[in-house]
Write a protein that binds this ligand. Structure first.
Ligand code: ZN
Length: 138
């Protein structure tokens, strides 16, 4: 198994426990999400696990009217669209996730910089639900 897969697996296991994790490079202080064993900035292999507070600000977003199959099963369609955003965490790194609790009737009114907090949601067929990272307004 490659290191990359392992890192992603650990990240989603943490989401199952409703914890958002990443890593901080002990050499240069660079913060990564998901965590990395090799720093993308200075290539150091010395890093510590970091738990994010789970708050941040909306940096960019898209409202999706033509959802993928999985999201159609979750009840989304052109009349009930959903929003995916890039969130800048208070600790610095950015992550993409579904954004909940926004008024999507007029996406032009959604403000970049809206404060958000993480919310882990469950989705999927009964008995086989999976947890997903999402954000909602603070
Ligand atoms: Zn580094």
């Amino acid at each position: 198994m490659s290191g990359c897969k392992l890192e992603t697996k650990t990240f989603y296991q943490a989401i199952d426990n409703e914890v958002l994790i990443g890593s901080r490079c002990l050499s240069c202080g660079h913060i990564s999400i998901p965590q990395r064993y090799i720093c993308s900035r200075c290539h150091s292999t010395e890093a510590e696990r970091l738990e994010f507070v789970g708050t941040g600000k909306l940096a960019a977003f898209t409202v999706i009217y033509v959802p993928a199959t999985e999201m159609v099963k979750a009840g989304y369609d052109s009349k009930n669209p959903y929003m995916v955003g890039i969130v800048t965490l208070d600790e610095g790194p950015r992550i993409s996730a579904q954004i909940l609790g926004m008024d999507l009737t007029d996406p032009a009114k959604i403000k970049i910089g809206t404060p958000l907090k993480m919310k882990v949601i469950e989705r999927g067929p009964e008995g086989q639900t999976k947890k997903f990272l999402a954000f909602e307004p603070l």
